[in-house]
Design a protein around this ligand. Structure first.
Ligand code: AMP
Ligand code: ZN
Length: 492
């Protein structure tokens, strides 16, 4: 393990609102929990931003030789439409709409989620537990919270008693807000409410006869509230106190605040040492979300088939676009920004091939060691990927100058430069060289030449339908063909 580098990693902790030196509870082990998707519909690019940000964090911790147990859950039950335990169950509603079983909905969108994240080259987590697979653990935790006196049962439902909890603990600790302020921002209870307090939230919800997904419990048939799954599953796999808990900033005020209260009430200890939150992906300044209807699907982005898109962008262009902003800054989506990212990504990839074409010199005019240290310093400063990219572009400048013989690099420099670039670009930023992985491979070249030959024959026979079909289907697959005077060019 590279102790020096690992020891100087600094993380911004939402809980203390400060940058802190990262000191894991049981080094070299690190426990990291990230709230995963609610799998009742396709994930949009905003969701991807959060998961890709944590992929970068995960990759860097692994690079520092930490042994990370990365748990990212799948929410496949217990998520009602309203944030206040009201409304329809999202899965049941979608199941009716698509005329499928709720678990078919879960399977469909879980597979879609995995597919999207693998296109972005995100590493899979170590454990991916589901809410429905952990009903017993959730019931047990609710039982303990009841036994500790921080919850009450009414008519087959169980609610967390925020007022009681607040007498002993700071309920608003994560967002640094006082109970009175939180109460002020919440609507009054009415006669319909079973809850005793305005801030109380459901741990267990009594099922109606028509509820599609329900389980037996000590309080009758029902289903868990949304927040309890993360407390139960993080405790099960990472223990009562673990190192890092993450998610999008939108989860701070309710979901994560309630998670802390549940875990503290049950386990008598604060569950998490470092809380980390990613900022939002926005479109024209508004948060991208399913409910706002401004959510691009990754597939729309890849093909360019969306009214707001001028063209399609490859997964690595999008990953690079995201890495260009710090995970705690908002990132605004625009065609211009993506086109700039496309150019930047290409430049980075081209510089890698250019290294091999530079003739080594006996003398050196560049300090590669210093460059490497700056790259580490950027990542050690709360995973500052835009700063890292700025240093990598300094490397690109050195490479291009050396290629144009304006700067000199020794054989050792070239070897080191290649190692540093590969480590930070591929291993840590998680980028792939799309040009090599696809266009450069012999199999791909062979296939494309066969397909284009069939198209040429079709055109010679004036079989326009086949010729157009080939062009359209290739476009769907992300390959664009262009007829030129010298033949046909194709790009991915
Ligand atoms: P959901 O499936 O809605 O529970 O969201 C999954 C994850 O995506 C959560 O961590 C959210 O905080 C995060 N998320 C949702 N919208 C955005 C957005 N516009 N930008 C970044 N992250 C988001
Ligand atoms: Zn969660």
């Amino acid at each position: 393990m590279n102790e020096d580098r690992a020891n100087s990693l600094v993380i911004f902790n939402t809980l203390t609102r400060e940058k802190e030196v990262f000191e894991p509870l049981h080094p070299p082990l690190v426990g990291m929990y990230v709230c995963g998707p609610t799998v009742y519909s396709d994930i949009h690019l905003g969701n991807c931003r959060t998961f890709i940000s944590f992929d970068l964090i995960y990759r860097y911790l692994l690079h520092l030789d930490y042994k990370v147990r990365y748990v990212r859950n799948i929410t496949d039950a217990g998520h009602l439409e309203g944030d206040r335990d009201e409304g329809d169950d999202k899965f049941a509603k979608k199941a009716r709409l698509e005329e499928l079983e709720p678990m078919e909905i879960v399977q469909k969108y879980t597979l879609g989620f995995h597919d999207v994240l693998s296109r972005f080259n995100a590493l899979p987590p170590s454990i991916e537990p589901t809410a429905t697979g952990h009903i017993l653990e959730q019931i047990e935790m609710i039982r303990q919270i009841l036994a500790e006196g921080y919850a009450y049962e009414i008519n087959g439902s169980v609610y967390f008693d925020v007022e009681k909890y607040s007498r002993e603990y700071d309920y608003g600790t994560l967002t640094n807000r006082k109970l009175e302020d939180l109460l002020e921002g919440t609507r009054q209870l009415d006669g319909q409410d079973e809850k005793r307090g305005r801030l109380d939230f459901a741990l267990w919800i009594k099922a109606k006869a028509e509820t599609l997904m329900q389980w037996p419990s000590p309080w009758g048939w029902g289903f868990p509230g949304w927040h309890i799954e993360c407390s139960a599953m993080s405790t099960k796999y990472l223990g009562t106190t673990f190192d890092i808990h993450g998610g999008g900033m939108d989860l701070q005020a309710t979901h994560h605040t309630n998670e802390i209260a549940q875990s503290q009430a049950c386990n008598h200890t604060a569950p998490v040492k470092y809380w980390m939150h990613t900022n939002m992906l926005t479109v024209n300044g508004a948060r991208m979300s399913k409910s706002a209807g401004n959510g691009f699907l990754p597939r729309e982005l890849f093909t360019g088939e969306h009214p707001l898109l001028e063209k399609g962008y490859s997964p690595m262009t999008v990953r690079f676009f995201m890495a260009q902003s710090h995970y705690r800054s908002t990132l605004d989506f625009s065609n211009e920004a993506l086109q700039a990212a496309e150019k930047g990504y290409k430049k980075l990839m081209e510089s890698l091939s250019a290294i091999d074409k530079i003739d080594p010199s006996p003398t050196s005019s560049a300090n590669i060691h210093l460059l490497e240290e700056r790259c580490y310093a950027a990542m050690n400063d709360d995973f500052n990927s835009p700063m890292l990219i700025a240093h990598l572009f300094e490397a690109v400048r050195i490479i291009n100058s050396a290629r144009d013989q304006k700067e000199t690099l020794t054989a050792d420099d070239l070897k080191e430069l290649k190692r540093v670039m590969h480590t930070f670009i591929f291993e840590i930023l998680g980028l792939l060289d799309e040009t090599k992985n696809n266009a450069g491979s012999d199999v791909m070249e062979g296939l494309m030449s066969l397909i284009l030959e069939i198209r040429r024959t079709a055109r010679e026979n004036k079989d326009w339908a086949t010729s157009d079909k080939i062009r359209d289907r290739l476009k769907e697959a992300g390959i664009e063909i262009k007829d030129t005077r010298d033949g046909v060019e194709w790009t991915i």
